[in-house]
Design a protein around this ligand. Structure first.
Ligand code: SF4
Length: 310
């Protein structure tokens, strides 16, 4: 499925993302949203109201995914969930979390979300009791609960980047974030094709305009046409020069002290890329990236196997 223009609005077959807290309570190596480098930083609910209220006139999504950083760190998360619902931009509201704070969330949270996606990481798993409590809460509020267990991550970006334009094009065209999952992101009055285009320029500190990859969310009659042209453009983004798309080298998932987060990425794109997976994605755009499993027993076996090899 692709994008369509229906009654003056672009209809996307996937969602629209909102990073409500850019910082995180974990420090996952090569986090693709680069959260470990952000100090406490949250979105203003009134900015969300303004952006989604305007964008909803020109865009229709299947869902809004609320994430971060760690979204449960935002103290005004519940009002933000209401604002998203009121905007009418999508019929479903999802929250994507590492789960650490999930057992503490109260009924006012659970009653406002259609789905909670939990990503569990080695050493940061919920206890059996906590998970059972979370499952009961989800059931009580008829909230869909999806739990994914991560044993691996892929390098997400390179501080050095590459000058090889053909390689940048390959990374962009095989990028699942942009073309399969379509993680289109609303940030501070702007619409981005992917969250990496928001965060990479801000962290790498390159001289280019940090808004270079953005489309301003403006009240103008041709915004839907501009959105459609933006979303279907075959041109890589400026951020793709430093991004590894979906084809970074796979590594065992691990936590890093925040001060050590940047160092592993201080190598050129060429050294951090999984060429074999890049080629595979060209043939199978939605090929599994080998990082997560749904079955906790499979995950424990994988994590145990990784630890044994370390
Ligand atoms: S910056 Fe480019 S390669 Fe990276 S996620 Fe965005 S579109 Fe994909």
């Amino acid at each position: 499925m692709s994008y369509e223009l229906v009654d003056g609005r672009v209809v996307t077959p996937e969602g629209c993302e909102l990073n409500v807290a850019h910082h995180c309570n974990l420090g996952c190596a090569s986090c693709s949203h680069l959260s470990p480098v952000f100090r406490r930083s949250v979105v203003d609910p009134e900015v969300v109201r303004r952006d989604l209220g305007l964008l909803a006139r020109f865009l229709r999504a299947r869902f809004v995914k609320v994430l971060g950083g760690e979204p449960l760190l935002h103290k005004q998360l519940v009002p933000i969930l209401d604002i998203i619902r009121e905007s009418g931009i999508a019929p479903r509201v999802l929250v994507c979390t590492n789960g650490v704070l999930l057992p503490r969330m109260r009924d006012d949270f659970w009653s406002r979300v259609d789905e909670v996606e939990v990503s569990i990481y080695p050493g940061r798993e919920l206890s059996d009791d906590e998970l059972a409590h979370v499952r009961r809460q989800a059931e009580r509020h008829q909230t869909t609960l999806t739990v994914s267990y991560y044993s691996h991550f892929r390098y997400s970006y390179s501080e050095v980047g590459t000058e090889d334009a053909r390689l940048v094009e390959q990374i962009f065209t095989t990028c699942q974030v942009a073309h399969v999952w379509r993680c289109h992101t609303v940030y501070e009055g702007h619409f981005f094709r992917c969250p990496q285009a928001v965060f990479l320029p801000r962290v790498i500190g390159r001289p280019e305009d940090p808004w270079a990859d953005a489309l301003p969310i403006e009240d103008r009659p041709d915004l839907a046409e501009r959105l459609l042209a933006y979303l279907t453009s075959p041109r890589p983004l400026a951020a793709c020069r430093n991004c590894l798309g979906s084809a970074g080298r796979r590594m065992p998932h691990h936590q890093l002290p925040r001060a050590e987060f940047l160092a592993p990425q201080r190598r050129p794109t060429e050294e951090l890329l999984d060429r074999e997976f890049l080629a595979r994605l060209a043939d199978e755009p939605d090929h599994d990236d080998g990082c997560a499993v749904a079955d906790p027993e499979d995950w424990r076996a994988r994590v145990h196997g990784v630890r044994e090899r370390i």
